[in-house]
Write a protein that binds this ligand. Sequence first.
Ligand code: ATP
Length: 228
Amino acid sequence: MRVASRHPFPHPSIRRLPLYLRFLKQLRDAGSQKISCTRIARELDLDSTQVRKDLALTGIVGRPRIGYVLTDLVQAIEKFLGWDQRALAFLAGVGNLGRAIIGYEDFRRCGLDIVAAFDIDAGKIGGEVFGRRVYHPAEMPALTPKLGVSVGVITVPAVAAQEVADVMVKSGISGIWNFSPIRLELPPRVRVENALLTSSLAVLSVDLKRESPEAAPPFQRPPARRSR
Ligand code: ATP
């Protein structure tokens, strides 16, 4: 994975590309060789004009009546996403979320290789999480150029996120994947993607509430404590 410079590509299209990729790889692995835009759209319940536009971002154009050669299309999407290359990453905040992200091997298949972690908890520093060493953040500026790390993943509590981002910027990191629910202040050279987990949950919560306002609440309240 490479960290892209400022790009004009529409984010909703980029977000759909991994969806296509997964589906196309499945077909390829099952022995298919060609695929049409219409079939991709039908199988993934999308609009075929949209699918064509999304795939055109990768520079690949389907042939009328033949469609796309599957292996070419898979390659083109991976190349466009930068998933055919490896980006080394540091993760700061080895709590529950941080540990889950380090342990999730699929990110490696997307070109993101978390090579070490950082935490201020003395009980965690010097230890290992899924084979990755945990360091104090003060060591990040020296380790970043030494290991050739370009991405920082932030999974510290919100109050510590800006401070950690500042260390990452000072260390020369060029892309930040921010899992904290705050907007970071960063210099223009540093790209940021906010992984807004609670915002995503909020959309589901409101949708469920709207669909069945009278029914049982989708997220049950914990039972009231019995008073003694
Ligand atoms: P745990 O119970 O293991 O601490 P948690 O998920 O409840 O897990 P959080 O409070 O979300 O923990 O904090 C996540 C991690 O971020 C913790 O390991 C914490 O020590 C670490 N952390 C907090 N501030 C910083 C900081 N400034 N730099 C690096 N790591 C930090």
